[in-house]
Design a protein around this ligand. Sequence first.
Ligand code: ZN
Ligand code: FE
Length: 264
Amino acid sequence: MKLIPLPAFNDNYIWLLHDNVRALVVDPGEAQPVFVALQQLGLQLASILVTHHHGDHVGGVAELAKATGAQVCGPASEKMPEPLTRLVQGDAVQALGRTWHVMDVPGHTAGHIAYFSPDAGLGAMPSPVLFCGDTLFSGGCGRLFEGTPAQMLASLDKLAALPGNTQVCCAHEYTLSNLRFACAVEPDNADLKAYAGHCEGLRARGLPTLPADLALELKINPFLRSRCDSVVQAAQAFQPSLCTAEHSDSEVFAAIREWKNQFK
Ligand code: ZN
Ligand code: FE
């Protein structure tokens, strides 16, 4: 099995997973990069997995489905191109001979879902793979367009509980700007500094920073670290009203999200 991020638009990735014969793609916001890859690699498109309804994730779905006959799977509660296999938390879909477990991860959109396979079988050792759309990014998280901070925090908590060696396939290359913000939140985080240097090197060579390693994200991503003392203190400096004993986890998370929205 091979996992390839196909660049689309300015900073989207359409993830393509294949076994040298058949392929699945995730969130094809445009069809053309997928058609080109299928032709170059001699692949037949079997499945299209969609995480949420935004145009940069669904724009190519109808054209690809029509041309290839691929099965389209997506969130049960969002407006999607039809026909669609509608999925909710606890459902499992078969694609490329693997089982993909569906997780509800609201926050960026109300019906956002993620797909997790414990054994997508990349490389020598089968490793878990997560397609999380615009929920979790490397060093960051999606904007809260349709959900509350408490919902997004609960969604990220679910993802954070997956195995540490999970390869996190995010839908955007936002890593460097996320890490600039993360360094402002945790200037003394040595793992973060090292990772930022690593990612700058990758981008300088035109390479993707993704997939991300979940165990590393837990050490560097402020949105997965909103209960750590260093992040709580930074949130309190940004929003002094949090300096009371009774602040909730989601209030700290909300402050970090708001800080990021304003961060230049
Ligand atoms: Zn989106
Ligand atoms: Fe997006």
